[in-house]
Design a protein around this ligand. Structure first.
Ligand SMILES: [Mg+2]
Ligand SMILES: [Zn+2]
Length: 185
């Protein structure tokens, strides 16, 4: 059976504007070119899967029910732009959290690769043909730890000298559209 290729996307700072511990669907704002980049990836046969650390749950800022609402809204905003994503994986854990059931040193929090490995199993993905795209070092390292190519989105929070020193980065781009144009042919 042929395996799928996938693009794994960080959420905050990659698809939507980074709001620290975004806790309401109303706070979601798509980044410019994000939907267009996702469209190009989808059109050339990539699965598009979101991989996001959401320690705000362990920290008690919001619960899983709320996160589900946020992700429903995200899907519908993307649908309004004519694109669909295939799945969303999140890690609710944090070792210093305050909510007992999520306060642990888990296997899934990026830079650990567990969310990507689970997605690969569930969606029959060839990780060596896949990309991890995000705006932070943990994204790059999670990608490397899973055996993917890592693509850094250089956004307002990082200057050029910073982005050069982020380890595990294979490519640096300004947004998802530029990333798609690099890999889609
Ligand atoms: Mg991010
Ligand atoms: Zn976790």
């Amino acid at each position: 059976m042929n395996k799928n290729k996938a693009v794994f996307l960080d959420r905050d700072g990659t698809i939507v504007v980074h709001e620290p511990y975004l806790s309401s669907p109303d706070q979601l704002k798509l980044l410019p070119n994000a939907a267009e980049g996702i469209r190009l990836f989808k059109e050339s046969g990539y699965l598009v899967i979101v991989i996001t650390n959401q320690s705000g749950i362990a920290r008690g800022f919001f619960d899983e029910e709320r996160l589900t609402l946020i992700h429903k809204k995200l899907m519908s905003m993307l649908k309004d732009e004519g694109v669909e994503i295939d799945d969303i994986y999140y890690c609710p854990h944090y070792t210093e959290g305050v909510v007992e059931e999520y306060k642990l040193d888990c296997d899934c929090r990026k830079p650990k690769p567990k969310m990507l490995l689970n997605a690969a199993k569930q969606h029959n993905i060839d990780l060596t043909q896949s990309l991890m795209i995000g705006d932070s070092e943990v994204d790059m390292q999670a990608g490397k730890n899973a055996g993917c190519t890592s693509v850094l989105i250089r956004n307002g929070c990082l200057d050029d000298s910073n982005s050069n020193s982020i380890s595990g980065t294979d490519y640096v781009v300004k947004d998802l559209l530029e990333a798609a144009r690099l890999f889609v042919r």
